[in-house]
Design a protein around this ligand. Structure first.
Ligand SMILES: NC(=O)c1ccc[n+]([C@@H]2O[C@H](COP(=O)([O-])OP(=O)(O)OC[C@H]3O[C@@H](n4cnc5c(N)ncnc54)[C@H](OP(=O)(O)O)[C@@H]3O)[C@@H](O)[C@H]2O)c1
Length: 314
């Protein structure tokens, strides 16, 4: 009997977008506590282009990239009670080793998913998981952001940033964002109270008394961001920073932490609730058919996309 197969974007070497190819590979097998999901749409994130080019967490290829999924449950494994075949779900595959959503099917732990909100389609739902979970885990779990607090969100037009702005506003915070001027209207429309054009204004002198900074840019941003915090404030960085940043934070009486997103049923459920309540909505910057994954990578790698890029399984 021939094995069932599916279309997937594979690479056998690390490199530029040209290493990505659509191929037929075996459909994943369902494990215990897992659901098999027919993928309708799959988001892209900077970690996709990073892992395509560099041996970060995944080791050598061959592999299929992609952590974001929105789709329909096709089958459930032993012990699964949360979902049944036919349910619409969205989620982030376990980061990093659960990777593989840029394909027609994924089999993954049930609790990586939540029910897809009915007021968004699969493309919108697929844009959310990794970026929204990152924002949620940074603002809610790590910083415990409270109403009335001041938060500085870097790259506020980016995949994480534009969702973090909305989550912070939903929590009643005062939001200051950095973005180039051409994206200010968009981010203001998402609720940001103040925007700084990082091309013309030094945020480190323009912002004072922040309770929290969400740092998404790297380079000298973590060190410069420390100056914007009130005593006791917290920098949450999404990229590693050098040891001097923590030393400087200690001297300044503030904290600095690096955070890595984790798959999270509770977080996905909170995100779904915000979407259902109309408080969180992704900006879709581009939709690409699966076969054009390389084009989506090229666009994303410019680092100047506002919102999210998504693949569909057509
Ligand atoms: N640790 C984790 O778990 C985790 C999770 C998610 C993401 N990340 C990392 O966080 C970073 C951001 O992710 P993302 O998905 O938001 O990326 P993204 O969508 O590619 O970010 C693009 C945005 O960055 C903005 N930008 C570029 N340079 C900037 C600068 N110097 N100052 C302010 N904004 C700038 C651009 O705005 P303009 O066009 O207006 O310049 C653009 O809108 C990536 O490096 C990613 O790998 C880490």
């Amino acid at each position: 009997m021939t094995e069932p197969t599916m279309r997937a974007i594979r690479q056998v070497v690390l490199g530029g977008p040209e290493v990505l190819h659509e191929v037929e590979i075996p459909k994943p097998e369902l494990g215990v506590s897992q659901i098999l999901v027919r993928v309708h749409a799959a988001g892209l994130n900077p970690t996709d282009w990073s892992h395509r080019a560099f041996p970060i967490f995944l080791g050598p290829p061959p592999f299929t990239l992609g952590w974001d999924v929105s789709g329909v449950v096709e089958a459930t494994g032993f012990g699964v009670t949360l979902f049944k075949p036919g349910d619409e779900v969205f989620g982030m595959l376990p980061y990093p080793h659960g990777v593989g959503s840029h394909a027609e099917y994924v089999a993954a732990p049930t609790r990586a998913f939540a029910s897809k909100p009915e007021n968004v389609d699969h493309v919108q739902a697929a844009a959310l998981p990794l970026a929204a979970l990152t924002a949620w885990q940074a603002l809610n779990d790590t910083a415990r952001l409270q109403a009335g607090q001041r938060v500085l969100i870097h790259a506020a037009a980016g995949g994480v940033g534009h969702l973090a702005v909305q989550i912070a506003k939903a929590r009643g915070a005062y939001v200051i964002g950095t973005a180039s001027a051409r994206h200010h209207d968009l981010v203001r429309g998402l609720g940001a109270d103040e925007l700084i054009d990082y091309n013309t204004t030094d945020f480190a002198t323009a912002v004072r008394d922040a309770d929290m900074v969400l740092e998404t840019v790297g380079g000298d941003y973590p060190m410069r961001s420390l100056r914007t915090l009130r005593p006791g404030g917290l920098l949450v960085a999404l990229l590693p920073f050098p040891p001097e940043v923590r030393e400087e934070a200690n001297k300044a009486g503030v904290s600095a932490q690096v955070m890595l997103v984790e798959h999270d049923h509770g977080g996905m459920t909170a995100i779904a609730d915000l979407v259902t309540a109309g408080k969180l909505s992704p900006v879709i910057a581009g939709i690409f058919p699966l076969a054009d994954a390389a084009k989506a990578h090229e666009l994303g790698e410019t680092r100047h996309v506002a919102g999210k890029l998504v693949l569909t399984m057509v």
